[in-house]
Design a protein around this ligand. Structure first.
Ligand code: PEP
Ligand code: MN
Length: 263
């Protein structure tokens, strides 16, 4: 995945006019977890109204507590896919284990590898054999080099459709959920030809600061932003405290596009 190997930046074409990589700003938004058809309907309407064609949402959720909501699974993914297709929306959703790769394949546009699975090397090997893009998040305590090595697993396995995601790392700081390492953006862009996306929601974990860090991510050189939004963040099944409501989200989308023009 090194720039030494390929100088030209990789741009992924997801079809339907959706590209991820240099030359455009990729915006991806949606709830932390897919919860219901009613919830998806509201989020999708919000995205369509704001010209966002990429929606995130987990159906397999890695939760710190086994008693927390762990996602709707394949049934939820099939509904997600059907509703997204009807609206021209592309899906980014997390795959947690090797056995899910095949069953999820036909229902996703981008496989997300979560921070807890960045070094699940069997999963990375399996994703090296698929023909769909993979967004790899930086590990919770992962270095930049380790993120690149994880991407290398997928790339060397034959799947060159990769996106790198900075989502914050665990540090000694407790004032925010994670420490969004914006240093990683220019470093990753210099070291690799792959698109780099910033996730300010998990990066800072505090709703009111998410827009600021999203805008900073764009100015740092990110090719896109992925963030969490929900009609009523306070009732979200997961990550409500870092989730924007639709007004906040719409404002952010406008500002992200403005700031991108300044680069
Ligand atoms: C998520 O995207 O909701 C998620 C669980 O992210 P991460 O793996 O970065 O914690
Ligand atoms: Mn989340």
């Amino acid at each position: 995945v090194s720039r030494k190997w390929r100088v030209k930046p990789t741009v992924l074409d997801l079809g339907g006019g959706v590209t991820i990589g240099e030359g455009s700003l990729a915006l991806c938004a949606g709830p932390c977890s897919i919860e219901s058809e009613a919830q998806m309907e509201k989020v999708m309407t919000h995205l369509v109204e704001n010209g966002v064609q990429l929606m995130r949402g987990g159906v397999f959720k890695p939760r710190s507590s086994p008693y927390a909501f762990r996602g709707l699974g394949m049934d939820g993914l099939k509904d997600f896919h059907r509703m997204a297709r009807a609206r021209g929306i592309k899906i980014v959703t997390e795959v947690m284990q090797v056995s899910q790769v095949e069953e999820m394949h036909d229902f996703v546009d981008v496989f997300q590898v979560g921070a807890r699975n960045t070094q699940n090397f069997n999963l990375l090997d399996a994703l090296g054999g698929v023909d769909k893009p993979v967004m790899i998040k930086r590990g919770i305590s992962g270095t930049i080099e380790e993120l690149l090595s994880s991407a290398e697993y997928v790339f060397s396995g034959g799947n060159e459709k990769l996106i790198l995601c900075e989502r914050g790392i665990r540090t000694f700081e407790t004032a925010s959920r994670n420490t969004l390492d914006l240093n990683a953006v220019p470093i990753l862009k210099a070291k690799s030809h792959l698109p780099v996306i910033v996730d300010p929601s998990h990066g800072i974990g505090i709703r009111e600061y998410v827009p600021t860090m999203a805008l900073a991510g764009v100015m740092a050189g990110a090719d896109g932003i992925v963030y969490e939004t929900h009609e009523t963040p306070e009732t979200a099944a997961s990550d409500g405290a870092q989730t924007l409501d639709f007004d906040e989200s719409a404002r952010l989308i406008r500002n992200l596009r403005r700031v991108y023009q300044l680069r």
